[in-house]
Design a protein around this ligand. Structure first.
Ligand code: KE4
Length: 442
């Protein structure tokens, strides 16, 4: 374009051992901001809320990630959940490499997609059939469309602070990056779409009852363990209450297990808590780090999806061979011993952080494979509580931890993702860094 300077930044190039020359992080941020909004392709990566430029990563191995300047960190982001086996797991990489050699996409049915679907059905108690998509957003919006078709109703109930991807009707008071950056859910969302979304408060039965009784609700969608307001598990019996209340009012119960699926238990939160939804949204671990997600449920519901039924849903790269290969390789490794190990690692991290909480305005919250340290002097049971956290103290903590080689999710409204590539040594390093960091935060 005339006049648009494409000249390379003036900052000196850095030479990174084994990786050649690169711009400095600052130079990369400047280049990126010229061609990407905020310099990133997803807001949660921006790191603005922790007071710094986005980190440009170069490579990962196991529980560690290395940036373009060659700095290595213990990684508790794990690509926001998919990497339960860690970065560049040899088994996953080899499966993807083999699949790539046979062709990256066919736009046709493959046996591997059937195998992955069979693996999901064997794991998720309420799921008899799935349709794959390339993102959790697509899966969640498709599940809502299916629920509206089945019930003949329009209204969707979601929880404040929950995040189900960026489909228009699901952005109302969403968590994750929206909460992080204080982005309103308004711009670009029509009044009609907003009117069809009713927001309830997590762990608040009266709020749920009012939403369900006050509207003809097609679906109530919930993260069965909230993780996009920080980790906030359901209170005792709350999921059972959601199951009963939706059944009594004719609404479908949709569990968004994009984070919890295959993580909190082999069969996700619906196995862990023994509550079966009508539809389930899955993602992240399902693709093992490549773009794959799905929605699923009983055959009676899923047979409404085209071409078996009349609810249209489609995707050029849905069930992509490389993503399916990574998903099969990942799920195949998640046996009972793996979940026992994930629990051990989570418990070790929790115990160590628990010692640091004493006497400080901190709250520790967790579920298997998920941890959040809330910078709050009061317990956190919903998004309103989470939003009252000391975000500046959290930001100082994240910066201090980066200086000590630990990469945390750069938002109070996210989870630390435990992987099977973490170990006692990396956890103990994290705990020592946290102890030192907290001395400088408060
Ligand atoms: P994607 O469209 O990003 O694949 O999935 C959306 C989604 C749906 N449901 C839940 C429970 C989710 O957590 C997500 C996405 N999670 C965020 C992090 N909390 C993804 C990170 C990002 O937005 O870049």
């Amino acid at each position: 374009m005339a006049g648009l300077s494409r000249s390379a930044p003036t900052a000196p190039k850095l030479t990174v051992p084994g990786r050649g020359a690169t711009d400095s992080q600052a130079g990369l941020a400047g280049r990126a901001r010229r061609v990407l909004p905020g310099g990133v392709n997803s807001p949660v990566r921006a790191m603005g809320r922790v007071g710094r430029d986005p980190l440009f990563m170069d490579r990962g191995s196991g529980c560690r990630i290395t940036d373009r300047e060659g700095h290595t960190y213990i990684d508790w982001v794990g690509s926001w959940g998919p990497l339960i086996l860690g970065h560049a797991d040899p088994g996953v990489v080899e499966s993807v490499r083999a699949a790539a050699g046979l062709g990256t996409s066919f736009g046709a049915a493959t046996e591997a997609e059937v195998e992955l679907a069979e693996m999901v059905v064997a794991r998720m108690p309420s799921v008899e059939m799935i349709r794959m998509t390339s993102s959790g957003t697509e899966a969640a919006m498709s599940a809502v469309r299916l629920a509206r078709a089945i019930t003949g109703r329009d209204v969707v109930v979601k929880f404040a602070g929950a995040y189900h991807g960026h489909a228009d009707g699901l952005l109302a008071e969403a968590g994750s990056g929206m909460a992080t950056h204080g982005v309103p859910s308004g711009p670009g969302i029509t009044a009609a779409q907003s009117a069809e979304t009713v927001v309830a408060d997590w762990n608040d039965r009266e709020s749920v009852a009012a939403a369900l009784e006050g509207h003809r609700v097609a679906a109530l969608i919930a993260e069965p363990v909230a993780a996009n307001m920080g980790v906030v598990p359901p209170g005792p019996g709350f999921l059972d209450f959601l199951r009963q209340a939706t059944r009594e009012t004719g609404a479908m119960l949709v569990f968004d297990e994009v984070i919890t699926g295959f993580r909190v238990a082999r069969g996700g939160a619906q196995e862990l808590y023994g509550v079966e939804p009508d539809l389930t949204v899955m993602g992240k671990i399902l693709g093992g780090g490549l773009p794959a997600a799905a929605f699923g449920g009983p055959v009676a519901h899923m047979e409404r999806v085209a071409p078996a039924g009349d609810v249209y849903q489609a995707g050029t790269l849905s069930g992509n061979p490389l993503a399916v290969a990574a998903g099969i390789a990942t799920l195949g490794r998640l046996d009972p011993a793996a979940y026992a190990r994930l629990g051990e690692l989570t418990d070790r991290l929790k115990a160590g952080l628990g010692d640091l909480v004493e006497g400080r305005p901190l709250q520790l919250s967790s579920a298997p494979g998920l941890v959040t340290l809330f910078f709050s002097d009061h317990p956190v049971s919903n998004f309103r509580d989470a939003a009252r956290c000391d975000l500046e103290a959290h930001a100082r903590f994240c910066r201090q931890m980066l200086d000590r080689g630990v990469y945390l999710p750069p938002s109070q409204f996210e989870a630390w993702f435990v992987s099977l590539a973490h170990d006692e040594a990396s956890i103990d390093h994290t705990l020592e860094a946290a102890s030192d960091s907290l001395e400088r935060v408060f």
